[in-house]
Design a protein around this ligand. Structure first.
Ligand code: AMP
Length: 284
């Protein structure tokens, strides 16, 4: 690991460092992650690096946001590689709190956003977004960033966190960045390593579904049901793929749309064996 990178394990140590930097006039940026860093994470890091004086990457596999114990257990943990990548990309601080420092005995609070969490992933992963908003609030309180960068890959999460930061006057600018993809179009994800070679091939059905919908929208089709049917067919024709949800929503408030008459987004979740993948893209 680079000798220039500092690791903090408790909110108190993290905040003391950040407060000193803020008092000295530094602009602080945070990229929250659960580790197992890939080029998608690094695209956020590179963006944040250019916007900040003190760049903090948090690495914390947050038990509160996992709705299934097997998913939490199987989540990849690659500390050595992650810290080397952070050093190579000019990160100043890794904030990697212990589970005990985050959730000591007696922890009893939660942050919850209404409405936006009801559909899409929220409908299928009970408690997931409360876990996300609670941990991100804690990360914001420890890191005190001016700016926090999130990926559009998790589009609903980005919208929920933006809403939370605004509603609760957190004083953090929440920025969304485009989904970074493999050359063949698969959205990068820490969960992709769990796919068998066969499932990896079949995983392209998510991108194909989005392409189909974008093609139809580009030809002037406005009926959301028709776009959803055409996109769902791409999943249904793929061996081993099971569609969890596929929706066309308002790009801002995530309300389901029946026709495209403003900025819209198609979002879907698909199971390949025991791996759940999500993707989304704009429909204009
Ligand atoms: P995770 O470690 O999966 O919790 O993701 C941490 C951050 O990286 C979140 O803001 C994600 O939306 C973002 N992210 C994950 N995959 C990608 C990707 N392929 N492109 C851009 N951002 C991503």
């Amino acid at each position: 690991m680079s000798e220039n990178i500092t690791v903090f394990r408790t909110p108190e140590d993290m905040r003391a460092h950040s407060e000193r930097a803020r008092s000295a006039g530094s602009r602080v940026a945070l990229v929250p992650t659960m580790g197992a860093l890939h080029a998608g994470h690094l695209s956020l890091v590179d963006y944040a690096r250019a916007q900040s004086d003190l760049l903090v990457v948090s690495i914390f596999v947050n038990p509160l946001q996992f709705d299934r114990a097997d998913d939490l257990d199987a989540y990849p943990r690659t500390w050595e590689a992650d810290s080397a990548l952070c050093a190579a990309h000019g990160v100043d601080v890794i904030y990697a709190p212990t589970a005990h420092a985050m959730y000591p005995e007696g922890f009893a609070s939660k942050v919850s956003v209404a409405g936006l969490v009801e559909g899409l992933c929220g409908a299928h992963r009970p408690g997931h977004f409360d876990g996300v908003t609670t941990v991100v609030s804690k990360l914001f309180n420890a890191v005190r960033p001016h700016l926090a960068v999130f990926g559009e890959k998790d589009y609903q999460q980005l919208k929920v966190i933006s809403r939370m930061a605004r509603d609760l006057d957190m004083g953090v600018e929440v920025v969304g960045r485009p989904t970074f993809r493999e050359a063949d179009g698969l959205a990068m994800s820490s969960r992709n390593v769990r796919l068998s070679p066969e499932e990896r091939k079949h995983a392209l059905c998510l991108r194909r579904a989005l392409d189909k919908a974008q093609e139809l929208a580009g030809q002037g089709h406005r009926d959301a049901a028709a776009l959803k049917d055409a996109a769902a067919q791409e999943i249904e024709q793929t061996p081993g793929a099971r569609l969890e949800y596929l929706e066309v929503v308002d790009a801002d408030n995530l309300a389901p749309l029946s026709s495209l008459d403003g900025p819209a987004r198609m979002a879907l979740a698909v199971w390949l064996g025991s791996t759940r993948l999500i993707d989304n893209d704009a429909l204009n």
